[in-house]
Ligand binder design. Structure first.
Ligand SMILES: Cc1ncc(COP(=O)(O)O)c(C=O)c1O
Length: 398
């Protein structure tokens, strides 16, 4: 008897999949790891995650919770004790009155971007977003059929947004404005005045603001300001924050959104449809993260600042590179226009030939051309090694 092996059926993807982008950091990480598997030594400055361990008190709280049986489903919007702790934390840090019904706990900060855009944006609706910026914004706007309207962040403005330009972009089709401060990839930080002017530009139009403050505790100069704190803005804001960057918990997958209760119900319904809930034992640890000792956050931030100084100082010594000193987050975004190389080609060459993994500015949108992003979430020794390698490569090739 002959066995008939059926050919695989044609993969018929939904059209929308062609509009879904990606986050290049994960692809570069895979490529760098493949080079390592072949015996190459690579300095990893591509991925945006703290290299520190999660503080011990948080790990203990999670392990204790596992032993106590927090191993079951919980409410889609998050466990009441964590929603309460987040409401208190946000009320204090943003000087607003937040109640637990306004909080939705999700697996990481990213789902708040995904769910908010899915819930609010219809085909043709316009969304203004920072460019260069976190690539998931543009990806999700395109995915749902919205119109992605970039607002360029310029080096001359310390990578803060130009509110006059913003005013010119807002129109009757604008439904959402995305802000991110401290910013990925530039490290730019919006001032209180920037936010006040932005709030005035939005005025009383029917526009929501997604304010991504995932790096809000990683500020090197001045303080963090939130547009949510401004008079009349809370009702139109969706605050994105989480545990990944602040407490070195990227792999735990836990973040949250704070928004008006009627929207929170819909975001929780998207959670029911996608994840059911965020892992219960991690949520118990989340309460400990927010209410336990905070010294580790300050220590981590001080260490990032030292590394930033080493990286910026070193890059500014390299021919063709010039780099501003970012005021927050853990990235530096040097201008490489004087090298004459396109960003992607330079990033590829630095990985392949110098063993330094960085990202092309274009991984963060078209306005990232002419820049590279280095993460300083690595030791000073490794940062110095990377600087030596980039310097030597430049001497040889430029
Ligand atoms: C600006 C910005 N927002 C959101 C996120 C997502 O964070 P999480 O890992 O908690 O999903 C990141 C992660 O890199 C980020 O840079």
């Amino acid at each position: 008897m002959t066995t008939v092996v059926a050919a695989s059926p044609e993969l018929r993807l939904a059209k929308r999949m062609a509009r879904l982008g990606t986050e290049t950091a994960f692809e570069v990480l895979v490529k760098a790891r493949a080079l390592e598997a072949k015996g190459r030594d690579i300095v990893h400055l591509e991925i945006g995650e703290p290299d520190f361990d999660t503080p011990g008190n948080i790990i203990e709280a999670a392990s204790d919770a596992l032993h106590k049986g927090f191993t079951h489903y919980g409410p889609s919007a998050g466990m009441p004790q964590l929603r309460e702790a987040i409401a208190q934390y946000v009320s204090t840090t943003r000087a607003v009155n937040v109640s637990p019904e306004e909080v939705v706990v999700v697996p990481g900060g990213k789902p708040i971007i995904f769910f908010s855009i899915l819930a609010l944006i219809q085909e043709g609706d316009e969304v203004i977003y920072p460019n260069p910026g976190f690539p998931i914004y543009e990806s999700m706007i395109d995915f749902v059929g919205g119109k992605a309207v970039p607002i360029q962040l310029r080096e001359e403005m310390d990578f803060r947004l130009d509110v006059d330009e913003l005013k010119g972009l807002i129109n009757d089709r604008t439904r959402l404005l995305i802000l991110n401060s401290p910013q990925n990839p530039t490290g730019g930080v919006l001032t209180k005045e920037d936010l006040e002017e932005t709030a005035r530009a939005v005025g009383d139009r029917d526009i929501m603001v997604l304010t991504d403050e995932i790096y809000g505790r990683l500020i090197f100069e001045g303080e963090h300001h939130s547009i949510m704190s401004l008079n009349g803005m809370k009702e139109r804001c969706i605050l994105l924050d989480g545990f990944s960057k602040t407490y070195a918990m990227t792999g735990w997958r836990m973040g949250y959104g704070v928004m008006r209760p009627d929207l929170a119900t819909h975001i929780a319904r998207l959670m029911t449809n996608s994840n059911s809930c965020t892992a219960s034992f991690t949520q118990v640890a989340g309460v400990e993260a927010l209410r336990g000792p905070q010294e580790s956050v300050d220590e981590m931030c001080a260490e990032f600042k030292k590394r930033r100084d080493v990286m910026v100082g070193g890059l500014n010594q390299i021919k063709g590179f010039s780099c501003l000193s970012p005021k927050g987050a853990f990235y530096v975004f040097p201008n490489i226009k004087q090298t004459g190389w396109p960003s992607k080609k330079l990033a590829d060459a630095l990985l392949d030939e110098a063993g330094v993994a960085a990202l092309s500015g274009t991984a963060f949108g078209d306005f990232g051309e002419g820049y590279l992003r280095f993460s300083v979430a690595n030791s000073i020794d490794n940062i110095e090694k990377a600087l030596d390698r980039v310097g030597a490569w430049v001497q040889k090739n430029l």
